[in-house]
Design a protein around this ligand. Structure first.
Ligand SMILES: [Zn+2]
Length: 158
């Protein structure tokens, strides 16, 4: 699959929830996204990154593969940590961002079962990054204005 790059309109749009009846029809797409994520050595890939405006993503951290439909963060720790992030839609760009250390997420799994998980460290980071994509937000949108302008300039040059 072709990964949409920063600047593509779809990456700025809010994605729509997936209906339960729709889940099975998305199975092939999910498999393709997992393959694409692995082929590009990514830790996560959200549907809008492959041109699909729906609320789901795939993620794999330390061999733990997850597919989350309609994910919603229900709890965030007050403690924030700074970590470096990259994005398959912004190849070669790595930035340090502060985000909550621990989160709880509600979502539907591939069978449509309602699930709840707690995450911290790297998985929590990946999930938050991917959920941002579903809301039309990219990691650089979370930078301060000055840093963002600087980065945009250097992106245009390259
Ligand atoms: Zn990303």
């Amino acid at each position: 699959m072709i990964i949409k790059r920063y600047g593509d309109k779809i990456l700025k749009q809010k994605c729509v929830p997936v209906a339960k009846e729709e889940l099975l029809t998305l199975d092939g797409l999910v498999e393709e996204m997992i393959k694409t994520m692995r082929a590009n050595k990514g830790a996560g890939l959200a549907a809008p990154q492959v041109g699909v405006k729906k609320r789901f993503f795939v993620a794999e951290v330390d061999g733990d593969l997850r597919v989350l439909f309609n994910p919603k963060i229900t709890k965030k720790s007050r403690k924030k940590v700074e970590m470096e992030e990259g994005c398959l839609s912004l190849p070669g760009v790595f930035i340090f961002l502060e985000r909550p250390d621990k989160i709880e997420i509600e979502f539907l799994d591939r069978q449509g079962k309602k699930c709840q998980i707690k995450a911290s460290g790297l998985p929590a980071r990946v999930f938050q990054h991917e959920i941002d994509h579903l809301d039309g937000k990219m990691m650089i949108d979370r930078l301060g204005l000055l840093l963002r302008l600087k980065l945009k300039k250097s992106l245009k040059k390259s």
